[in-house]
Unconditional design. Structure first.
Length: 268
């Protein structure tokens, strides 16, 4: 908590995204309002607040990773929260590559907790948002050929988060073909991209089993789609699977080695 407070208080203002992350960390770490105020006052009273930050690189990495875990534990990190985390990473001396690696580690830790020991912390879902996600997915399945419109639709699904996962998995698994010029492969690719960015571990089983179907080239299973699926799996589980044949091979090997034992939860 001191780490994020030092970061957000550096410019003497706290924007809404920073307040949101502080509230989430406060809840996750069990810090009451009085203790939070005490921490804030302690930082404001010090001439050198940075002295409270972990001094060694390993300690700073662990602290930032814990922040990522706390933000991801309900299934997703919002863009605004990610911006705060990136700002904190820069203050701690991490470049973008190191920050992305720490995010992958933290997301994987949070997803493992949610998928194994954390069953008492289910994804927070809203029927209203689920209906909205269903409507957007139907638009995509009917065929959105304009790239900008497709990006906008995916962006809204990502903002909906966990409430969009069931709709996206159904779209990914469906064999219903959209009208031309859209193709089923591109609809599935869009669904995989959105699932990867949302980061909900419930999608892993469906993405991975699709990846094991083979390498036959058709409009439902092409190289571009397989690469998108491999990258999406990597985003969710915290592995650096690239969007190419090497990433596909690595994702398949990971699933055979350990993934199939961790991610067998099905969506009812």
């Amino acid at each position: 908590m001191k780490l994020v407070l030092v970061t957000v208080l550096a410019d003497r203002t706290i924007d809404p995204a920073e307040k949101s992350l502080i509230r989430r960390l406060q809840e996750r770490f069990g810090i009451d309002s009085d203790e939070l105020q005490r921490l804030v006052q302690e930082l404001r009273d010090r001439n050198d607040p940075d002295a409270l930050l972990p001094g060694d690189p390993d300690g700073r990495r662990k602290a930032l990773r814990l922040m990522v875990v706390a933000a991801q534990i309900d299934g997703r990190i919002t863009d605004a929260e990610r911006a705060v985390l990136a700002k904190t990473a820069g203050r701690l001396g991490f470049d973008n590559a190191a920050f992305e690696a720490i995010v992958r580690e933290g997301v994987a830790m949070a997803n493992r907790y949610r998928g194994e020991g954390g069953r008492s912390v289910p994804p927070v879902e809203s029927p209203e948002l689920q209906r909205r996600a269903d409507a957007i997915v139907q638009q995509i399945r009917r065929g959105i050929s304009d790239p900008a419109a497709l990006r906008e639709a995916l962006g809204e699904l990502e903002r909906i988060g966990t409430s969009a996962v069931v709709s996206l998995v159904r779209a990914f698994e469906s064999y219903l073909r959209p009208p031309p010029p859209a193709t089923l492969a591109r609809v599935r690719e869009a669904a995989a991209d959105a699932l990867g960015r949302i980061g909900d571990s419930r999608a892993v089983y469906y993405l991975a089993t699709f990846l094991l179907m083979g390498d036959d080239e058709d409009d439902t299973n092409d190289a571009k789609l397989r690469g998108a699926v491999a990258e999406a799996i990597g985003r969710i589980v915290g592995e650096p699977f690239t969007r190419d044949s090497a990433g596909v091979a690595a994702a398949r090997a990971w699933w055979s080695r350990e993934g199939s034992r961790r991610y067998q939860t099905l969506i009812s």
